[in-house]
Design a protein. Sequence first.
Length: 139
Amino acid sequence: MLNQCNIMGRLTRDPELRRTQSGTPVATFSLAVDRDYANKETGERQADFIDVVAWRQTAEFVSKYFSKGRMAVVSGRLQMRQWTDDQGNKRTKLEIKANNVYFGDSKREGSPDEAPDPAAPAASADFDMMEDDDSELPF
């Protein structure tokens, strides 16, 4: 059997990190994932809101480095969780149990404790701008 899901979207809220009674970290968060098509009447793209659960090191990683609005790529398996609520009603929830969570965007400018973006132009006098002259290239 194969149960593999890969989704990419933006966090709808900050991840919530908790610990089980035995001390195992578990993080829950939700991703807004855009659909591939737009609504025919309005032309607007719709999104699906998918709940994700991460355990152990992945949970700690997500809670430390991700926050609301950040783009994330989640790889995991689809899982249906069933429980009985306080009123005795049977409840069912479909969620993704994350095996891996990756950054889907670069770090945002102005965030604290952030390393400079290596792709950004250097604002230093140590570098000279090179002329864009392709005339000496052999191809």
